[in-house]
Ligand binder design. Structure first.
Ligand code: 5GP
Length: 155
């Protein structure tokens, strides 16, 4: 699924495919999903051609984070939704169908019936300790080696 340069969202960003625009700046574009789960279902994408969250540059991530709350607020104000979900799939096995990072904002109405069901289990504290420490160490290594900067693909 490594077709990020030619994904449908690249064509939307270049204007070759039309979209219902909600927000646009140097780093971020937001538009309505073509097959909305509910009214106002919005996609927020970085302009950077990153397929998944772990590949996104810090600059684009910061830009996404800066505008997301305001886009959510605007959607809530206009739609009258009672709540909303942010959904973000990374990779085909995780349900990602377009290979360009995107965040779904899905308003929930009083009569909405959709669900995002998963079969969760009580945590195994022994394993949790191991994995939490390992992830924390990997994160520290990223910071130490400045890997994010080195792998920054924003240019
Ligand atoms: P994913 O399953 O990858 O998390 O979500 C991809 C989303 O992109 C889907 O909800 C789908 O409806 C939406 N989508 C796919 N193609 C287009 C398009 O051409 N225009 C718009 N606006 N949305 C699209």
């Amino acid at each position: 699924m490594n077709d990020a340069p030619n994904s449908i969202f690249s064509l939307i960003l270049s204007g070759e495919i039309p979209s219902h625009k909600i927000y646009d700046d140097d780093f971020v574009y937001a538009f309505l999903d073509i097959n909305p789960l509910t009214r106002g279902h919005t996609l927020v994408i970085p302009k950077e051609n990153a397929p998944t969250m772990d590949t996104l540059s810090e600059d684009s991530a910061a830009s996404l984070g800066r505008v997301l709350p305001k886009i959510c607020r605007a959607i809530m104000q206009v739609t009258g939704a009672i709540n909303y979900n942010l959904i973000q799939n990374n990779g085909e096995a995780a349900g990602q169908t377009v290979n360009h990072l995107h965040i779904h904002i899905i308003p929930r109405y009083s009569d909405s019936e959709h669900s995002f069901v998963w079969a969760n289990q009580p945590i195994d504290h022994l394993d949790a300790k191991n994995i939490a420490e390992s992830i924390s160490a990997a994160f520290s290594n990223f910071l130490r080696s400045n890997l994010w900067a080195a792998e920054d693909n924003s240019g």
